[in-house]
Design a protein around this ligand. Sequence first.
Ligand code: ATP
Ligand code: MG
Length: 442
Amino acid sequence: MEVLTPALKIDPPAWMSAPETAAVFAALQGDGAIPAVLCVGGCVRNALLGRAVEDLDLATVFPPDEVIRRLGAAGLRAVPTGIEHGTVTAVIGGKGFEITTLRRDVHADGRHAVVEFTTDWREDARRRDFSMNTLLAGLDGVIYDPLGCALADVRAGRVAFVGNPDCRIAEDRLRVLRFFRFYGAYGDGPPDPEALAACARAAGTLGNLSRERVTSEILKILSGDDPARTLGLMFECGVMADLLPEYRGDVLRRLCALQKTYDAFCLETRVLALVEMDQGRLTSLENKMIFSNKSKEFCRAILMAIEEFSCRKLNSPLNSLLYKHGNGVMEQVILLDAACNRASGAVAENLMFVRRTARPVFPVSGKDVMAAGLASGPQVGDVLRELESWWVDQDCAPDRAALLACIRERLEKAPCSGDSEAVKSPCAKSRASGGTEKERRT
Ligand code: ATP
Ligand code: MG
């Protein structure tokens, strides 16, 4: 085994000194001078930069079955999440630690890799994508730089491939997307010209990457501070032609700026800003990428609401849209609409309204309709729906008393039939004799 020389010592951040991390390290402790387990990649890079750490990746000299055995002996739960690639996840108190055995790639065809396990830390570093992702750290805050260039690259904001960029991309084409993702997040100054040229040469070969891997990288790019800059660079390199040929950056740029100004980050809205979106384009995007059902629902709700929002009369109140779509959707609708229309007019005012106003609650129910004399049955629902639709047309202003009066009038006028006049205007009389609640108030 080769010797690892400490390159630097930092004050261990909270996640390094957490008891869960210590428990995993204790289970995988070796007996020699060379560490048997170390933190690797993103968590070390981010610790150095003082950035948040989302997931903890560990590397170990032990083969996966030994990792499982040792975790089990220490009473820790081990899940074989990617055993053929050497990855076992230790789960402690809901926290996951991805532990991967040191490895070298023996064969890679652009999508899949066949790996061999090793105990050589430097060999493992050489199969990683970018130099800044090869850093290692012990729990004492000691940082190791097995290739000798990673520390300088992290500090300089230089995203450079380990080895020859064309070869590394040919082994795994996803590295093209990863290059742009890491450049967007950590790059300082112009991108590494060799890396950029290799990415441009690989454009047009990304078509059959798995949807899961592509989605994960694109969503991470979109979550960044300035995704339009990153995607713009990808577009110039020809990389977007395979992924999203209709991409246009101006709306996304304006949306991200608005989300930042108003502290209203939302990934789904950023997805909707990628192309001139409608239900059909959203469906085709959903076929290219993988979104959770929750995200799909949120996107569809925004699309539906934005249409109503942009058709509404200028400066008309937003209560009915808030009632139909909810505060979270409306907040994003206001921002996306402003980004699409280059308008900043009433954004602050509308946002404040949506943030300060509780979602209206329809103040009557079927019980009220029955209490007014209609027997239980489908007509109760009919009356309620008529009333609700009228109430929404009045921007949810009539209060419970006004609605109860409407129910009584409605039933007096058409006690148990679907009288079409009454259906259209359940509160005609009430309006004639003094107007709606809102009109009376204003
Ligand atoms: P993040 O903070 O976004 O999680 P990360 O560096 O941890 O960044 P991951 O995608 O979690 O990125 O990958 C963990 C590590 O595994 C990377 O730092 C890198 O060393 C290695 N790695 C991941 N994907 C690849 C790949 N396609 N090719 C080579 N190495 C990779
Ligand atoms: Mg990670």
